[in-house]
Design a protein around this ligand. Structure first.
Ligand SMILES: [Zn+2]
Length: 590
């Protein structure tokens, strides 16, 4: 038999010779590894890439290339290595296995890196059967009532699992369901609240929007509440006073920090479980959602490091996140950075947190602020502003210290007006004010299922957007096409929105703005701020619509729900058109 050495130049000839070298049954053996490979590629990878829009066509081309490469190399390698007979066959076989195996490893690695793929939908090559089994087990557990969580008390001990088929066991299953359903909905917190004498209601906070859950009979709800209070080592007999403790709940491999808060009073009993608080509020300033010009303005405000700066947002709209993110922009190792808070949600490395405890006799929030201000700090973050606190802040040595005051207000101008009223001295309030930042949060469209559309000129006009410059916007989807069949989008679970992002207005105050505040000229201040090339809250939100981050509907929801406060001159009258894109004349409409 002639020996043929493969070379890259006469590729066709070599291949033909290679094919001639093998007897008819050898190709059959070489083809065997293609069967399981083909099953993975067509049944699992193809469907997976379609479901998450991972470039299905591209991936199929990649799989095809791997298949062809496996075939060619399987035939050529033995020839090139001058191997014949059974040895050649074995080498060819393993070459095919190696190349196809590489393909099977490459897809999961690349696909799992993609952030569009949620954790429970990660592709796993070997655990496929196990994954399916685990999913089935979970479903069974839900039906039959099995315990699936490990609950770890504040003292690190575990809550024991009661014996099956006892009332205690049934209660445990009920209590776990509250946690599991909250997590399943991607909620940041779950509340169980008394709505009537004999009824409680469950609600979930998902991307800053509260979703109503089921009604629960009072007797059952109180038992569930007591279970979680017990898990948090709280006083079960105490029904009125607010109690709070941190526990940990392990679901499979993931451990979730949970802050349990209970309270009672005129409105009835309440249990709140907040998940992963740190993760919720720990966002770098660059990732908050500010525009580039706003981030630059904020950096200038931070670098100045003196005077009062207001940080405003409506309730539960990213106020704490903003507070921590801005304070974190200061170097807490070279500066004396302190905070005064009613609840600590995250630890700022190097900073000193001062927690206000209202239950302590003689304690007063503004007194604590005063004592902190006397410790010669360089940066102080005060998490709540009331009139006494505002006055303390205005009296501080503000040439040497920066004081951030966080307050509930819908806009920068509202915040300034509230600050002036609280200080009760217009001139003083104006002189020490070095900046204001106001924010809010909107839900982001799910990348996996958002729907592009061409907006009608009418709609663009209403939004104050130039008709010729916005060819495409996005609306929420919720469904994906998998091999021509519509399925619920697995990334957002059909909701159409996934995650949220802040939008802001940021203004540094110089002598001009300070004087306008000192004169009580809020209209003048408003006009002055609009002169700057910085977007207003509405313009910032609208930019996120244009960028495809959110929908027109979500823009309308977050910009129209704020209560109008014409007295401060900060809000357009109800029913007026939202301000337009960051163009100078757009401000006219609001
Ligand atoms: Zn989706």
């Amino acid at each position: 038999m002639p020996t043929i050495v493969a070379s890259g130049t006469d590729f066709g000839l070599t291949l033909a010779a290679g094919l001639m070298l093998v007897s008819p049954w050898k190709p059959v053996l070489l083809m065997l590894p293609f069967i399981p490979w083909g099953m993975y590629v067509t049944r699992i990878f193809d469907k997976h890439s379609a479901m998450f829009h991972l470039g299905r066509g591209g991936w199929n081309a990649v799989h095809l290339c791997f298949g062809l490469a496996a075939l060619l190399l399987g035939l050529l390698v033995p020839v090139a290595a001058n191997l014949t007979g059974i040895v050649g066959l074995i080498v060819g076989f393993f070459t095919v296995v190696l190349v196809l195996g590489l393909n099977l490893v490459v897809y999961p690695i690349m696909a799992n890196k993609d952030e569009r793929v949620p954790e429970e939908h990660r592709v796993s090559l070997f655990d496929f059967s196990k994954l399916a089994e685990r999913r089935a087990q979970r479903a069974d557990a839900k039906r039959e009532g099995k315990v699936e969580l490990a609950i770890i008390k504040p003292d690190k001990s575990r809550v024991p699992v009661p014996q099956a088929e006892t009332p205690e066991f049934a209660l445990r299953v009920e209590a776990e369901r509250l946690f599991l359903e909250g997590r399943g909905k991607r909620a940041t917190s779950v509340d169980l609240v008394q709505v009537a004498k004999d009824a409680f209601s469950v609600s979930y906070m998902v991307d800053t929007v509260r979703q109503q859950g089921a009604q629960v009979p009072a007797a059952e709800a109180v038992r569930v509440m007591d279970f979680w209070k017990g898990a948090a080592n709280m006083d079960l007999a105490e029904r009125r006073k607010r109690q709070q403790a941190d526990i940990k709940v392990e679901a499979g491999a993931t451990a979730v920090p949970v802050r349990v808060t209970t309270s009672g009073g005129q409105q009835g009993l309440r249990l709140s479980m907040a998940f992963e608080l740190e993760k919720q509020v720990r966002i770098k300033a660059e990732k908050l959602g500010l525009t580039e010009s706003q981030l630059k303005e904020l950096r200038e405000i931070v670098d100045e490091q003196k005077g009062v700066v207001l940080l405003a947002a409506p309730a539960q709209r990213g106020r704490t996140t903003m507070f921590y993110s801005v304070i974190r922009m200061h170097d807490a190792y070279t500066n004396n950075v302190q905070t005064v808070e009613t609840e600590i949600q995250d630890s700022l490395e190097g900073a000193k947190h001062n927690l206000f405890d209202p239950s302590k006799e003689g304690q007063d929030f503004s007194k604590l602020v005063r004592s902190v201000l006397r410790r010669d700090p360089q940066v102080v973050g005060v998490a709540e502003m009331d009139p006494e606190t505002a006055q303390e802040a205005s009296r501080a040595d503000l040439d040497r210290a920066r004081v951030y005051l966080s307050l509930r207000a819908p806009s920068a101008l509202d915040a300034v007006a509230m600050w002036v009223r609280a200080v009760e001295d217009q001139a003083k309030a104006g002189k020490c004010l070095h900046g204001v930042m106001a924010g809010n949060v909107l839900r982001k469209l799910c990348d996996n299922c958002r729907q592009p559309y061409s907006p009608a000129p009418d709609m663009l006009k209403k939004l104050g957007l130039p008709a010729d410059k916005v060819p495409q916007l996005f609306r929420k989807g919720g469904k994906v096409l998998v091999k021509n069949r519509e399925e619920e989008c697995p990334a957002c679970r059909g909701g159409g929105y996934l995650g949220c992002e802040g939008f802001y207005e940021v203004y540094k105050f110089g002598p001009t703005e300070q004087n306008l505040v000192a004169e009580g000229n809020m209209q003048g201040l408003r006009a002055e701020l609009r002169k700057r090339a910085l977007p207003t809250l509405q313009q910032a939100a609208l930019k996120k619509v244009v960028d495809g981050i959110t929908s027109v509907e979500e823009f309308a929801r977050v910009t129209q729900e704020q209560p109008a406060k014409p007295a401060t001159g900060a809000k357009p009258p109800a029913g007026s058109k939202p301000a337009g894109a960051p163009a100078p004349d757009a401000a006219k409409s609001s």
